[in-house]
Design a protein around this ligand. Structure first.
Ligand code: CU
Length: 122
């Protein structure tokens, strides 16, 4: 019994150590190259919850994006991203490609036409 407790503690410590190690590396990396976290509000057109997840997933699939939250009432997508990994222009284009107009880019007509009927905001 005692043995298994010790074993568990060891496993726990190793696991915790591994996690701490990871975040340390990250902190060191960002200390050398301070990660420039940009926070940008981008207007994106959409209608429903399906639009919300499509827009947010499009943004989150871009490397460097940490937060993407779209508000249906305000039509604003709140973005947090590492400015050394991506840019607001690249993000806007990635979102437009899924069929949603942004304040910077129009969605291609064929992508817009492929949206479910409940999502046709134009
Ligand atoms: Cu929709």
């Amino acid at each position: 019994m005692k043995k298994s407790i010790i074993l568990f503690s060891v496993i726990y410590l190793i696991a915790a150590g591994a996690c701490t190690g990871k975040s340390n590396t990250r902190q060191q990396a960002s200390a050398g190259h301070p990660a420039e976290v940009s926070r940008v509000a981008l207007k994106v057109k959409g209608l429903c919850d399906m639009c919300k997840s499509r827009i947010e997933n499009a943004a989150k699939s871009v490397e460097g994006v940490t937060t993407a939250e779209w508000n249906r009432e305000t039509q604003v997508l709140d973005l947090h991203f590492d400015a050394s990994a991506t840019s607001i222009d690249a993000l806007s284009k990635a979102i437009a490609k899924t069929g949603h107009d942004t304040e910077k880019d129009m969605a291609p007509d064929e992508k817009y036409a492929a949206l479910p009927e409940c999502c046709l905001y134009r």
